[in-house]
Design a protein around this ligand. Structure first.
Ligand code: TTP
Ligand code: MG
Length: 352
């Protein structure tokens, strides 16, 4: 059975602001737009204190102000939040490389292959995020993504919910249909008209009835999802397709020595990047741009992917040999590109 973990940060933007301005701790904080409640814009995040006044994400700032005039309104500082987000994803990646990044403050991890018990893994994640960012998160662990995400939402903030199949009836069925991933306001209204309010109500409908009302694909989805069934995989990040480096000379050059020397440095750089990411490349290409902007590329492919500086440099120099440097104007730019990348650990990633 798979073990999937979903992490979702608590009141993400607001907590970051409260962390860096300790005077805001315990106060209603609203992050949104340019932070001016009299201007247009909507609430991105409301701190838990602000939520007590009924303030919610996506609400106009003006409405939020009407609900709680003494709340502290702050502009969205996306750059800082993204930086914190990257730091958190870095921590998660260390726990399991099988990670699906689903938003600025959430991610799925497949922890099926880890030996430690789920409580311990969750505890480790919470402790490291708190230690490195000062923030709390909520975690759900379940046999699939659907239930893991619902789990992380069940006990916020700083929650941990471990769900097994048998919990679906007791913990998931009483929830409003809207809490089911993929059920939007339209479906909710449609179901409500038929007297279907909870996920349990939905699960009482036959597959045929759901397919009749919602079509084969969505109907089948609702049938499975209302029973807590989901076999969608954790999709790891997109892999880079290539790694490249290039240099434009201050003044165009004509001698082969200089071009070769620069190509050597660029190859060294690109090989360091490959090694850092754990990649090997199958194809090496060289780009030469002349003073008249005419650009020539040459490439060569290995039998087996490589991250060896020696092999990649040699391939680059052989590509360079196939460029006639004497016939044209002087060289303006030289570049190297390694493509058809493969990752050393890719095989093991494909196993689950
Ligand atoms: P959420 O995880 O939905 O919300 P949250 O982290 O603020 O609060 P919770 O404790 O309930 O998880 O969204 C994460 C961030 O994404 C949120 O801090 C701000 C941003 N966001 C918006 O900008 N607009 C929106 O409508 C929502 C829902 C989120
Ligand atoms: Mg969140």
């Amino acid at each position: 059975m798979r073990r999937i973990l979903h992490v979702d940060m608590d009141a993400f933007f607001a907590m970051i602001e409260q962390k860096r301005r300790p005077a805001l701790k315990g106060l209603p904080v609203v992050v949104g737009g340019r932070g001016n409640p009299a201007s247009r814009g909507v609430v991105s995040t409301a701190s838990y204190e602000a939520r007590k006044f009924g303030i919610r994400s996506a609400m106009p700032l003006r409405t939020a102000y009407a609900l709680c005039p003494r709340a502290v309104f702050l502009p969205v500082d996306y750059e800082t939040y993204s930086r914190v987000s990257r730091r958190i994803k870095g921590i998660l990646r260390e726990i399991s490389p099988v990670i699906e990044d689903v938003g600025i403050d959430e991610a799925f991890l497949d922890i099926s292959q880890l030996e430690a018990p789920p409580e311990e893994i969750a505890g480790r994640i919470k402790a490291r995020i708190l230690q490195e960012t000062g923030l709390t998160c909520s975690i759900g662990i379940a046999p699939n993504k659907l239930l893991a995400k619902m789990g992380s939402d069940l006990r916020k903030p700083d929650g941990l919910t471990i769900l097994v199949r048998e919990d679906v009836e007791r913990l998931i069925w009483p929830l409003a249909v809207r809490k089911l991933h993929g059920v939007g306001p339209k479906t909710e209204a449609h179901l409500k008209a038929a007297g279907i309010r909870t996920i349990g109500d939905l699960a009482s409908l036959s597959r045929e009835r759901l397919i009749n009302s919602f079509g084969r694909s969505y109907g089948t989805y609702l049938y499975a999802a209302s029973r807590g069934m989901d076999d969608s995989p954790v999709v790891t990040e997109w892999e880079p397709r290539s790694m490249s480096r290039e240099t434009t000379f201050d003044a165009d050059v004509s001698d082969r020595e200089t071009v070769t020397g620069v190509l050597r440095d660029l190859a060294q750089d690109v090989v360091s990047s490959l090694k850092r990411g754990g990649y090997r490349g199958r194809t090496v290409g060289v780009k030469i741009r002349f003073g008249d902007f005419k650009t020539i590329t040459r490439a060569m492919t290995f039998l087996d992917p490589s991250d060896s500086l020696e092999m990649i440099l040699e391939a680059a120099l052989r590509c360079l040999d196939r460029v006639d440097l004497s016939s044209r104007s002087r060289v303006r730019l030289v570049g190297i590109r390694v493509t058809h990348l493969e990752r050393a650990d890719q095989e093991s990633l494909c196993l689950f």
